[in-house]
Design a protein. Structure first.
Length: 529
C-alpha cells in the first residue's frame, strides 16, 4: 500500500456497515469505548437487510415455544449447533427489539395494541441504526473499504484501506477490531462482485485465524437472469414456465426446478400472476421494493409478463461458514480480533443449516451486541495505546506492493474479468450443489492452480482495480476453503451433501476447522454436549 493519507486512532474499529456492524459499534460505544466504523458502502443502506424486509427469531418468553424452536434448529442443523447459544439469541433478540422500539422504530401493532416485533422493514431499521450509532459518538467512515489488518506480536491493532471518496489511503489503529463485513457470495454479472466478497474472511485468515463451517456453503438463490438481486421470497407468488410456456409448478412445488434446469441447460421463466389484484401487487411492492428494481429497469411488468430466472451462489451468506469463534463473546483465535454477522461462523446457533432470513438477522443483532461489549472491555484493558504499538500491515494477497502507486512491470495476460469468470465457474450448480467427490476434487485442484495468479501482488492504476484485485483473491480463497472442508465431510448432513455418501454418519458429528492460504490445513472440532 502507498503512503497513508488519513490516520485515526480509536479503542475499537468496526469493519462493515450492515446490522451486525451497527450493533457492534453501538454496543462498544455504550461501554465507553471510542469507536470508528469503516464501511465499503454507506451505513444505513449497506448489506442485504436495508433493501427489503427481514424476519426475526422473536419469541415471547414462553418455555414451550422456545424449547420447540431450539429443538427444531438442533435437528435441522445436523446436531452441530449448541442449544445454549440458541437460547442466548432468543433472549438477546427480545431485549434488543425492545430497545429498537424505545429508539423510535414504528412496529405495527395488533388489535390489542401489542407490537409485532417479528419483522423489521430494512430501510427504516437501518436508517434508525445509523442515527443511534452516530448519537453514541461513533465516527463513521462511509465509502471506506478496508483492504488489510494491522498486527504485531500482541495481536490485531487496526486496519488499512482506501477511500472511495478521494482515492486516498486510510489507517485506523485500534486495540480491538470487529470484522462484520458480510460473507462471500459469487453473485456477479459482468465485471464486479457485488458488495459481498469475503474480504473479512481473507483479512482474518491472513493473520492465521481459523475458519469453520465452510462446507455448508451450498445455497443458491434465484435472481433475474440479467441481474444479481437474490431476494426470492416473492417468487412464492409466481408461476414457473419452461421455454415453450408449459407450467412447471402446477402442483405448487418449486423445489429444485431452477437447479435441475441449470444442469440441463434449460431456461426457466416466472410471472407473479398469483398476485392478481392491485391491492396484492401494492403490498408486494412495498414489502420488497428491491426485488422489482431490475425488472422495472428492464421495462418488465412482473405481474403480467414472463421474466427469465437464474440462480446465484450465495456462498457463506446464506450458509453458516465463517471465522471460527473461540468464546461466547465472539472472540477469535487472534488476540483483539472479534467477528460478527455473516463474517462469523454461525454453526453454534444453526449447525449446518442455512442461516438465511430470521436466523441471520437475529444473529447479526446478537453477535454485534456481544462482540461490541467484549471488544470495548478488551481494548480498554490493554496497557499500550494502539498508536504506540509497532504495527505492520498483514495483507499479502491481491494487494498493491508497498511504495508502488502506478502500473509497472509485466502485466498479467489474464484479465480480471477472465479470473472472475474462472472462479465463478468453479462454484456452479453442477459442482457445488450436486456435489460428488471427483467433481469437487477436480474443481479444488483448478482453484489451487488459479491461486498463484489471483493472489499475486498487483500493481494497479485505479481505485477500482485495487478493490477488484482484493475481491478476486477473497472469492478464490473462499471457494478453496469451501471445497477443502466439503471433501473432509464424507457424509450428507444438513446443507452439505456428497453423492457417494448419501447418509448422515453419527461418527462425524463434529465441526471442521481450517486455516491457511498457500496450504490449507484442517482439524476436527468437537461439538460441546
Amino acid at each position: 500500500m502507498s503512503d497513508i493519507d488519513h490516520r485515526l486512532t480509536a479503542d475499537v474499529l468496526v469493519l462493515g456497515g450492515g446490522p451486525a456492524a451497527a450493533w457492534a459499534a453501538w454496543s462498544a460505544a455504550s461501554q465507553g469505548a471510542s469507536v470508528v466504523l469503516a464501511d465499503k458502502g454507506y451505513l444505513g443502506t449497506s448489506g442485504a437487510t436495508a433493501p427489503g424486509g427481514t424476519n426475526l427469531l422473536y419469541l415471547p418468553p414462553d418455555r414451550k415455544l422456545r424449547d420447540a424452536a431450539v429443538e427444531q434448529r438442533f435437528v435441522g442443523g445436523g446436531f452441530l449447533s449448541e442449544k445454549s447459544w440458541t437460547y442466548r439469541v432468543l433472549d438477546q433478540v427480545y431485549i434488543n427489539l425492545e430497545r429498537i422500539e424505545q429508539w423510535g422504530y414504528p412496529f405495527v401493532r395488533d388489535e390489542e395494541g401489542v407490537p409485532k416485533r417479528g419483522h423489521l422493514q430494512g430501510l427504516e431499521y437501518m436508517n434508525l441504526m445509523r442515527k443511534v450509532v452516530l448519537k453514541a459518538g461513533v465516527r463513521v467512515l462511509d465509502q471506506h473499504p478496508a483492504l488489510e489488518l494491522l498486527v504485531d506480536e500482541h495481536g490485531v491493532g487496526g486496519a488499512r484501506g482506501i477511500s472511495r471518496l478521494d482515492g486516498k489511503d486510510w489507517e485506523v489503529r485500534a486495540n480491538a477490531v470487529i470484522v462484520a463485513t458480510g460473507g462471500c457470495a459469487f453473485l456477479s454479472k459482468g465485471l464486479g462482485c457485488n458488495v459481498l466478497t469475503g474480504d473479512g474472511l481473507l483479512m482474518a485468515a491472513e493473520l492465521g485465524a481459523e475458519l469453520s463451517g465452510m462446507e455448508f456453503s451450498r445455497a443458491y438463490a434465484p435472481s433475474a437472469a440479467f441481474g444479481t438481486v437474490t431476494r426470492g421470497r416473492l417468487l412464492g407468488w409466481a408461476t414457473y414456465y419452461d421455454e415453450a410456456g408449459n407450467i412447471l409448478n402446477a402442483d405448487g412445488v418449486r423445489r429444485n426446478i431452477l437447479q435441475q434446469a441449470a444442469i440441463e441447460g434449460r431456461q426457466v421463466y416466472a410471472m407473479l400472476n398469483k398476485a392478481d389484484t392491485p391491492e396484492k401487487q401494492a403490498i408486494l411492492r412495498k414489502s420488497h421494493a428491491i426485488f422489482f428494481l431490475p425488472y422495472d429497469r428492464a421495462g418488465i411488468d412482473v405481474f403480467t409478463q414472463k421474466f427469465p430466472l437464474t440462480l446465484r451462489c450465495e456462498g457463506t451468506v446464506r450458509g453458516t461458514g465463517g471465522i471460527r469463534l473461540e468464546g461466547e463473546d465472539c472472540s477469535t483465535s487472534i488476540a483483539g480480533l472479534y467477528a460478527a454477522g455473516d463474517a462469523a461462523s454461525r454453526e453454534r446457533l444453526m449447525g449446518g443449516m442455512s442461516g438465511g432470513g430470521a436466523f441471520n438477522a437475529s444473529w447479526a443483532i446478537c453477535s454485534g451486541t456481544w462482540s461490541g461489549e467484549a471488544a470495548a472491555a478488551y481494548a480498554r484493558s490493554q496497557p499500550l495505546p494502539a498508536h504506540l504499538r509497532q504495527l505492520k500491515p498483514a495483507g499479502r494477497y491481491g494487494l498493491q506492493p508497498a511504495g508502488l502507486a502506478t502500473a509497472a512491470g509485466e502485466a498479467s495476460k489474464t484479465t480480471d474479468a477472465e479470473l472472475q469468470q474462472a472462479i465463478q465457474s468453479e462454484v456452479s450448480i453442477a459442482i457445488n450443489y450436486f456435489r460428488s467427490e471427483p467433481a469437487v476434487e477436480a474443481s479444488l485442484q483448478r482453484l489451487h492452480a488459479l491461486w498463484p495468479i489471483v493472489g499475486r501482488p498487483r500493481v494497479s492504476d485505479t481505485l477500482q482495480q485495487r478493490l477488484r484485485a482484493r475481491e478476486l483473491a477473497a472469492m478464490a480463497a473462499t471457494a478453496r476453503w469451501m471445497y477443502t472442508a466439503s471433501l473432509q465431510r464424507r457424509e450428507t448432513r444438513a446443507m452439505h451433501t456428497l453423492a457417494e455418501y448419501p447418509e448422515q454418519d453419527p461418527g462425524q458429528r463434529h465441526r471442521i476447522a481450517l486455516w491457511g492460504l498457500e496450504t490449507i490445513s484442517t482439524r476436527y472440532d468437537a461439538v460441546p454436549l
